[in-house]
Design a protein around this ligand. Structure first.
Ligand code: NDP
Length: 246
Protein backbone atom coordinates (compact mmCIF):
# COMPACT_ATOMS: atom_id res chain seq x y z
CA UNK A 1 0.00 0.00 0.00
CA UNK A 2 1.23 3.51 -0.69
CA UNK A 3 -1.74 5.71 0.19
CA UNK A 4 0.55 7.94 2.23
CA UNK A 5 3.46 8.18 -0.19
CA UNK A 6 5.05 11.62 0.00
CA UNK A 7 3.37 12.42 3.30
CA UNK A 8 5.10 13.16 6.59
CA UNK A 9 3.72 12.07 9.95
CA UNK A 10 4.67 13.01 13.50
CA UNK A 11 3.72 10.46 16.17
CA UNK A 12 4.21 11.59 19.75
CA UNK A 13 5.30 8.82 22.09
CA UNK A 14 6.41 6.62 19.22
CA UNK A 15 9.06 4.62 21.02
CA UNK A 16 6.79 1.91 22.41
CA UNK A 17 3.30 0.42 22.34
CA UNK A 18 0.55 2.00 20.25
CA UNK A 19 2.78 4.86 19.08
CA UNK A 20 5.51 2.55 17.80
CA UNK A 21 2.96 0.36 15.97
CA UNK A 22 1.39 3.50 14.48
CA UNK A 23 4.73 4.84 13.27
CA UNK A 24 5.46 1.52 11.57
CA UNK A 25 2.01 1.25 10.03
CA UNK A 26 2.10 4.78 8.61
CA UNK A 27 5.55 4.04 7.18
CA UNK A 28 4.28 0.79 5.67
CA UNK A 29 1.52 2.86 4.04
CA UNK A 30 4.16 5.15 2.53
CA UNK A 31 4.76 8.00 4.98
CA UNK A 32 8.03 9.34 6.32
CA UNK A 33 7.81 9.45 10.09
CA UNK A 34 9.08 11.47 13.04
CA UNK A 35 8.51 10.13 16.54
CA UNK A 36 8.98 11.70 19.93
CA UNK A 37 10.00 9.97 23.12
CA UNK A 38 10.74 10.94 26.71
CA UNK A 39 12.74 8.19 28.36
CA UNK A 40 13.39 5.36 25.87
CA UNK A 41 16.10 6.51 23.42
CA UNK A 42 17.13 2.97 22.47
CA UNK A 43 13.58 1.89 21.74
CA UNK A 44 12.97 5.09 19.77
CA UNK A 45 16.09 4.39 17.72
CA UNK A 46 14.91 0.82 17.07
CA UNK A 47 11.62 2.18 15.70
CA UNK A 48 13.56 4.59 13.47
CA UNK A 49 15.62 1.70 12.11
CA UNK A 50 12.49 -0.37 11.47
CA UNK A 51 10.93 2.51 9.54
CA UNK A 52 14.12 3.04 7.55
CA UNK A 53 14.18 -0.68 6.74
CA UNK A 54 10.82 -0.11 5.03
CA UNK A 55 12.52 2.45 2.79
CA UNK A 56 11.10 5.51 4.53
CA UNK A 57 12.80 8.41 6.25
CA UNK A 58 12.54 8.56 10.03
CA UNK A 59 13.79 10.63 12.93
CA UNK A 60 13.44 10.27 16.70
CA UNK A 61 13.11 13.47 18.71
CA UNK A 62 13.60 13.69 22.45
CA UNK A 63 10.61 15.77 23.59
CA UNK A 64 8.95 15.40 26.96
CA UNK A 65 5.27 16.03 26.34
CA UNK A 66 5.05 17.70 29.75
CA UNK A 67 7.16 20.51 28.28
CA UNK A 68 5.09 22.63 25.89
CA UNK A 69 8.17 24.25 24.34
CA UNK A 70 9.68 20.82 23.63
CA UNK A 71 6.46 19.70 21.93
CA UNK A 72 6.41 22.81 19.74
CA UNK A 73 10.09 22.33 18.92
CA UNK A 74 9.40 18.71 17.90
CA UNK A 75 6.84 19.88 15.35
CA UNK A 76 9.27 22.46 13.98
CA UNK A 77 12.11 19.94 13.78
CA UNK A 78 9.90 17.47 11.92
CA UNK A 79 9.19 20.11 9.28
CA UNK A 80 12.82 21.24 9.16
CA UNK A 81 14.23 17.72 8.73
CA UNK A 82 11.48 15.93 6.79
CA UNK A 83 10.34 18.94 4.76
CA UNK A 84 6.63 19.14 5.63
CA UNK A 85 3.94 17.86 7.98
CA UNK A 86 0.72 16.17 6.91
CA UNK A 87 -0.32 13.94 9.82
CA UNK A 88 -0.07 14.64 13.55
CA UNK A 89 -0.80 11.71 15.85
CA UNK A 90 -1.16 12.83 19.46
CA UNK A 91 -0.40 9.51 21.13
CA UNK A 92 1.95 10.08 24.08
CA UNK A 93 0.05 9.56 27.29
CA UNK A 94 0.29 8.43 30.87
CA UNK A 95 -2.15 6.52 33.06
CA UNK A 96 -2.90 6.81 36.74
CA UNK A 97 -4.96 4.59 39.02
CA UNK A 98 -5.50 6.19 42.39
CA UNK A 99 -8.38 7.19 44.68
CA UNK A 100 -9.15 10.72 43.62
CA UNK A 101 -8.89 12.02 47.19
CA UNK A 102 -5.21 11.06 47.12
CA UNK A 103 -4.31 12.72 43.81
CA UNK A 104 -2.02 15.67 44.48
CA UNK A 105 -2.21 18.92 42.56
CA UNK A 106 1.24 18.14 41.17
CA UNK A 107 -0.02 14.79 39.83
CA UNK A 108 -3.06 16.51 38.36
CA UNK A 109 -0.93 19.14 36.64
CA UNK A 110 1.59 16.59 35.34
CA UNK A 111 -1.04 14.35 33.79
CA UNK A 112 -2.97 17.21 32.25
CA UNK A 113 0.26 18.58 30.79
CA UNK A 114 1.06 15.32 29.00
CA UNK A 115 -2.42 14.07 28.10
CA UNK A 116 -4.16 17.37 27.29
CA UNK A 117 -1.81 20.35 27.02
CA UNK A 118 0.61 18.52 24.69
CA UNK A 119 -2.07 17.57 22.12
CA UNK A 120 -3.31 21.18 22.22
CA UNK A 121 0.14 22.68 21.79
CA UNK A 122 1.17 20.16 19.12
CA UNK A 123 -2.01 20.87 17.15
CA UNK A 124 -1.38 24.60 17.41
CA UNK A 125 2.16 24.21 16.10
CA UNK A 126 1.12 21.69 13.45
CA UNK A 127 -1.70 23.90 12.17
CA UNK A 128 0.92 26.39 10.98
CA UNK A 129 2.24 23.73 8.59
CA UNK A 130 -0.69 21.47 7.69
CA UNK A 131 -2.14 22.01 4.23
CA UNK A 132 -5.54 20.93 2.92
CA UNK A 133 -5.77 17.15 3.43
CA UNK A 134 -3.91 17.43 6.74
CA UNK A 135 -4.84 15.18 9.63
CA UNK A 136 -4.82 15.50 13.40
CA UNK A 137 -5.53 12.19 15.13
CA UNK A 138 -5.60 12.09 18.92
CA UNK A 139 -5.48 8.89 20.94
CA UNK A 140 -8.07 9.13 23.67
CA UNK A 141 -9.44 6.21 25.66
CA UNK A 142 -12.73 4.40 26.05
CA UNK A 143 -12.44 5.63 29.67
CA UNK A 144 -12.95 9.17 28.34
CA UNK A 145 -16.62 8.44 27.83
CA UNK A 146 -17.45 5.60 30.21
CA UNK A 147 -15.28 5.35 33.31
CA UNK A 148 -16.72 2.05 34.48
CA UNK A 149 -14.82 1.80 37.79
CA UNK A 150 -13.12 3.69 40.60
CA UNK A 151 -9.70 5.39 40.82
CA UNK A 152 -9.55 6.68 37.25
CA UNK A 153 -11.20 10.11 37.60
CA UNK A 154 -8.04 12.02 36.67
CA UNK A 155 -7.11 9.87 33.67
CA UNK A 156 -10.71 9.80 32.45
CA UNK A 157 -10.97 13.57 32.79
CA UNK A 158 -7.85 13.96 30.66
CA UNK A 159 -9.21 11.63 27.98
CA UNK A 160 -12.63 13.35 28.02
CA UNK A 161 -10.84 16.67 27.48
CA UNK A 162 -9.27 15.54 24.21
CA UNK A 163 -12.73 14.81 22.81
CA UNK A 164 -13.62 18.48 23.21
CA UNK A 165 -10.25 19.48 21.82
CA UNK A 166 -10.57 17.26 18.76
CA UNK A 167 -14.10 18.43 18.01
CA UNK A 168 -13.07 22.06 18.44
CA UNK A 169 -10.16 21.55 16.07
CA UNK A 170 -12.52 19.91 13.58
CA UNK A 171 -14.59 23.10 13.65
CA UNK A 172 -11.65 25.49 13.51
CA UNK A 173 -9.58 23.68 10.89
CA UNK A 174 -12.32 22.12 8.75
CA UNK A 175 -12.61 25.17 6.48
CA UNK A 176 -8.92 24.62 5.64
CA UNK A 177 -9.54 20.99 4.66
CA UNK A 178 -7.86 19.61 7.80
CA UNK A 179 -9.58 16.84 9.76
CA UNK A 180 -9.39 16.13 13.49
CA UNK A 181 -10.59 12.95 15.18
CA UNK A 182 -10.19 10.87 18.32
CA UNK A 183 -9.42 7.16 18.35
CA UNK A 184 -10.41 5.58 21.65
CA UNK A 185 -8.62 2.33 22.44
CA UNK A 186 -9.97 -0.20 24.88
CA UNK A 187 -7.56 -2.51 26.71
CA UNK A 188 -4.51 -2.87 24.47
CA UNK A 189 -1.59 -5.10 25.39
CA UNK A 190 1.27 -2.63 26.00
CA UNK A 191 3.63 -1.69 28.82
CA UNK A 192 0.87 0.62 30.07
CA UNK A 193 -1.70 -2.17 30.30
CA UNK A 194 -0.09 -5.60 29.88
CA UNK A 195 -2.45 -8.46 29.05
CA UNK A 196 -0.83 -10.48 31.85
CA UNK A 197 -0.87 -7.62 34.37
CA UNK A 198 -2.78 -7.13 37.59
CA UNK A 199 -6.40 -6.42 36.72
CA UNK A 200 -6.07 -7.82 33.20
CA UNK A 201 -8.50 -10.67 33.82
CA UNK A 202 -11.12 -8.24 35.10
CA UNK A 203 -10.70 -6.14 31.95
CA UNK A 204 -11.01 -9.26 29.78
CA UNK A 205 -14.29 -10.10 31.48
CA UNK A 206 -15.57 -6.66 30.50
CA UNK A 207 -14.65 -7.25 26.88
CA UNK A 208 -17.33 -8.91 24.74
CA UNK A 209 -14.50 -10.35 22.63
CA UNK A 210 -12.84 -11.65 25.86
CA UNK A 211 -9.37 -10.65 24.71
CA UNK A 212 -7.06 -7.65 24.72
CA UNK A 213 -6.45 -5.72 21.55
CA UNK A 214 -3.06 -5.29 19.87
CA UNK A 215 -1.31 -2.00 19.21
CA UNK A 216 -1.69 -2.80 15.51
CA UNK A 217 -5.49 -2.69 15.89
CA UNK A 218 -5.23 0.97 16.88
CA UNK A 219 -2.59 1.70 14.26
CA UNK A 220 -4.94 0.35 11.58
CA UNK A 221 -7.65 2.85 12.53
CA UNK A 222 -5.14 5.70 12.61
CA UNK A 223 -3.95 4.67 9.14
CA UNK A 224 -7.55 4.57 7.91
CA UNK A 225 -8.17 8.11 9.14
CA UNK A 226 -4.80 9.30 7.81
CA UNK A 227 -5.41 7.97 4.31
CA UNK A 228 -7.92 8.91 1.58
CA UNK A 229 -10.68 6.93 3.35
CA UNK A 230 -10.55 9.57 6.08
CA UNK A 231 -11.21 12.52 3.77
CA UNK A 232 -14.78 13.11 5.01
CA UNK A 233 -14.35 11.99 8.63
CA UNK A 234 -13.86 14.83 11.10
CA UNK A 235 -14.99 15.63 14.63
CA UNK A 236 -15.52 11.91 15.16
CA UNK A 237 -14.82 9.84 18.25
CA UNK A 238 -14.09 6.30 17.15
CA UNK A 239 -13.81 3.44 19.62
CA UNK A 240 -11.50 0.55 18.87
CA UNK A 241 -12.13 -1.25 22.10
CA UNK A 242 -13.35 -4.78 21.52
CA UNK A 243 -16.77 -3.66 22.70
CA UNK A 244 -15.50 -2.54 26.13
CA UNK A 245 -17.89 0.45 26.09
CA UNK A 246 -20.83 -1.49 24.67
P1 NDP B 1 2.90 2.87 26.71
O1 NDP B 1 3.10 3.26 28.13
O2 NDP B 1 3.09 1.45 26.33
O3 NDP B 1 3.78 3.79 25.77
C1 NDP B 1 3.72 5.18 25.97
C2 NDP B 1 4.49 5.91 24.91
O4 NDP B 1 4.32 7.31 25.17
C3 NDP B 1 5.96 5.60 24.94
O5 NDP B 1 6.48 5.68 23.65
C4 NDP B 1 6.50 6.73 25.82
O6 NDP B 1 7.83 7.12 25.49
C5 NDP B 1 5.58 7.87 25.44
N1 NDP B 1 5.51 8.83 26.53
C6 NDP B 1 5.05 8.66 27.78
N2 NDP B 1 5.19 9.78 28.50
C7 NDP B 1 5.74 10.69 27.65
C8 NDP B 1 6.14 12.03 27.79
N3 NDP B 1 6.01 12.69 28.94
N4 NDP B 1 6.68 12.66 26.72
C9 NDP B 1 6.84 12.01 25.53
N5 NDP B 1 6.49 10.73 25.35
C10 NDP B 1 5.95 10.08 26.40
O7 NDP B 1 1.40 3.33 26.37
P2 NDP B 1 0.38 2.83 25.27
O8 NDP B 1 1.05 2.58 23.99
O9 NDP B 1 -0.47 1.79 25.88
O10 NDP B 1 -0.55 4.14 25.16
C11 NDP B 1 -0.51 5.04 24.09
C12 NDP B 1 -1.73 5.93 24.17
O11 NDP B 1 -2.90 5.13 24.17
C13 NDP B 1 -1.81 6.77 25.44
O12 NDP B 1 -2.32 8.04 25.15
C14 NDP B 1 -2.79 5.98 26.31
O13 NDP B 1 -3.42 6.81 27.26
C15 NDP B 1 -3.72 5.46 25.27
N6 NDP B 1 -4.51 4.28 25.67
C16 NDP B 1 -3.91 3.07 25.94
C17 NDP B 1 -4.67 1.99 26.34
C18 NDP B 1 -4.08 0.65 26.66
O14 NDP B 1 -4.83 -0.22 27.15
N7 NDP B 1 -2.81 0.40 26.43
C19 NDP B 1 -6.13 2.11 26.45
C20 NDP B 1 -6.65 3.41 26.12
C21 NDP B 1 -5.86 4.44 25.75
P3 NDP B 1 9.08 6.81 26.47
O15 NDP B 1 9.18 5.33 26.56
O16 NDP B 1 10.26 7.39 25.79
O17 NDP B 1 8.80 7.50 27.77
Amino acid sequence: MSDLKGRVALVTGGSRGIGAATALRLARDGADVAITYASSPDKAQAVVQSVQALGRRAIAIHADSADADAVTAAVERTVAELGRLDILVNNAGVFSYKPFEQVSREEYTAMMAINVQAPFVAAQAASRHLASGGRIITIGSCLGERVGGPNMALYSASKAAVIGLAKGLAQDLGPRGITSNVVQPGPIDTDMNPADGEGADAQRQGLPLRRYGRSEDIAAMVAHLAGPAGDFITGAVISVDGGFSA
